[in-house]
Design a protein around this ligand. Structure first.
Ligand code: C2E
Ligand code: MG
Ligand code: MG
Length: 525
């Protein structure tokens, strides 16, 4: 990624983060509004339900009291008693005395009023007959015992403070008995805020259109804006910090390439047939000004993206020649494997660099192996041409990390290789519980396939004696890994070789291993 791509990605991320934060704010504001609206509606519904239940309860008590009046029916005292009760009552409007299915007198003082009895009636739990919307003297609800009938104005059920823009309905046995509507801006929408409560025969439904709460949503949004601004500021700061880190990392890497601030470490490669160290892999490290070393997998991908990899390959070659020129001249069977990037294989330029430098240093081409990594994408056509040229020049060519990429098998078919390096992930499965690994059971097939293609095999990342025994038993020629040695600085490597060269082992446990623990100044490696 170049600078302008990084900046464009960062700007896009900043825009996306801002949009996502604002969207979250609007969602949170509507959710908070919905919660508070629903709470308010539920509270009102609960009050309406309590009001309806207590009205009916008070009516039942009043009827019981009336039934116990022991006065001559429709006498002056009787009508006066009914009048007094009705006057003091807060839950009904009037009471009528009934005899033989007809009204004889009422609390208004009428005797034999022409009042029709309710047609449709329901039976309450305490045996009272209830009727709604009776035409006298308005749309009244009646509540009747054996001799008395109360007239209740339905407004009593909804006589409570109801929030603006709502519609409140009270039901008795699913029949609507009262309704109260406060100015509705829009009604009946399916996404209205709504609350329904039920207790016994009563049910209350209340709803409010969402549109009526838009002011509340706006209010909530305004309340959340400082939080959103802080979030956006934090995200932007994080993006700016990451861009600066990234740009400064690239800048630092460019500077390091210009100043050639890299060192090679060398990891011994062992011939499993005799235990001898027959070669080593050159593994590059970036040396920071404070002396710390940075792992290659942290900067090689970045170097590949920023066209710095060819320069790094050149540095690795120059360094290995200056590190090991004498050693390689006096050990003509010994080889150093170098890792080349897809870009190096595409251009083939690395071969010219090698040819010039090796000739000047009097190192044979067959002392340098070339490892082509199988990770990432390889331009097969160009890679094939470079590899053929490398082999003609006398180099041995290995495919690195075999099995980890997408096209391992097609590379084998199309590219003439000499060595196959089995990736550590396959070696790890040896001696482990096979069922837990995604590579379980594949290793013997890779070995078999390489052997039938007459490729030499290097097993990577060998860490246990069991793996060594397994590989040797299957005829794998070479191995590399911490069981033998970690990657060593040039001095440690030369000391290691001096200590172990010529030593032949008869069992894996006798194979040469570093006599003292691996140590170097790596802080990042
Ligand atoms: P690679 O070429 O597959 O190198 C093997 C890596 O495995 C090395 O890591 C090595 O230190 C590590 N290793 C070896 N044996 C063991 C073991 O027994 N256990 C474990 N856990 N690890 C082991 P390193 O040095 O960090 O290199 C990582 C990768 O960076 C290399 O993988 C290679 O792909 C790349 N690389 C290193 N040097 C260069 C270079 O000069 N040029 C290019 N283009 N890539 C390089
Ligand atoms: Mg390698
Ligand atoms: Mg490898």
């Amino acid at each position: 990624m170049n600078k302008s791509t990084i900046i464009s990605i960062a700007s896009m991320s900043a825009l996306l983060a801002t949009a996502a934060t604002m969207w979250s704010v609007s969602q949170i504001a509507s959710l908070r509004t919905e919660k508070s609206e629903l709470n308010q509606l539920k509270q009102t519904a609960r009050q309406a339900l309590d009001r309806a239940t207590s009205t009916m309860h008070a009516a039942s008590v009043s009827l019981l009291t009336l039934e116990q009046l022991n006065l001559p029916p429709c006498s002056d005292e009787h009508r006066e008693a009914m009048q007094k009760l009705s006057f003091n009552a807060t839950h009904f409007e009037a009471v009528s005395y009934i005899e033989n299915g007809a009204v004889k007198c009422d609390s208004w003082g009428n005797i034999s009023p022409q009042q029709t009895m309710p047609q449709t009636e329901m039976l309450s739990d305490d045996g009272l007959l209830i009727s709604f919307n009776q035409p006298f003297p308005g749309a009244m609800t009646t509540w009747r015992s054996s001799h008395y009938m109360l007239q209740i104005n339905p407004l009593r059920f909804t006589d409570l403070g109801v929030p603006a823009d709502t519609q409140l309905s009270v039901y008795y046995n699913d029949e609507k008995i009262a309704e109260k509507t406060t100015k509705l801006s829009k009604s009946g929408a399916t996404d209205d805020y709504a609350a329904n409560l039920q207790a016994g025969h009563f049910a209350v439904a209340i709803n409010k259109p969402r549109a009526a709460a838009s002011a509340a949503v706006r209010e909530q949004t305004i309340l959340l804006l400082p939080w959103a601004a802080a979030m956006i500021a934090l995200i932007l700061l994080a993006i700016v910090a990451s861009v600066r880190r990234r740009l400064s990392f690239i800048g630092e890497l460019k500077h390091a390439v210009a100043e050639k601030r890299f060192v090679n470490h060398y990891q011994p490669i062992i011939d499993l047939r005799n235990g001898r160290c027959i070669g080593a892999e050159a593994l590059v490290r970036w040396q920071r000004p404070d002396g710390s070393l940075v792992r290659p997998d942290l900067f090689i991908p970045c170097a590949e993206q920023h066209a710095l990899i060819a320069a790094i390959t050149d540095i690795v070659i120059t360094t290995l020649i200056s590190d090991l020129q004498e050693f390689l001249r006096s050990n003509r069977d010994f080889h150093i494997a170098i890792n080349v990037a897809p870009e190096d294989l595409k251009s083939g330029r690395v071969l010219d660099v090698l040819a010039t430098q090796l000739a000047a240093a009097e190192i044979n081409a067959n002392q340098i192996w070339i490892e082509a990594t199988e990770r990432g994408t390889l331009d097969i056509k160009h890679a094939r041409a470079t590899i053929l040229r490398a082999q003609q020049a006398g180099h041995t060519v290995a495919i690195d990390d075999f099995g980890t990429g997408y096209s391992s098998l097609s590379y084998l078919q199309e590219i003439p290789l000499d060595v196959l390096k089995i990736d550590k992930s396959f070696i790890d499965t040896i001696g482990n519980d096979a069922a837990t690994s995604e590579h379980a059971g594949v290793t013997p097939h890779i070995i078999h396939m390489a052997q039938s293609l007459r490729l030499k095999i290097v097993a990577e990342g060998v860490e246990t004696a069991r793996q060594v025994d397994y590989l040797r038993a299957r005829g794998v020629e070479y191995a590399q890994g911490w069981w033998f040695s970690k990657a060593l600085s040039v001095h440690e490597f030369l000391a290691y070789h001096a200590r172990t060269d010529g030593h032949e082992a008869s069992s894996s446990l006798d194979l040469p291993r570093p006599a003292r623990p691996y140590s170097n100044r790596l802080t990042h490696v």
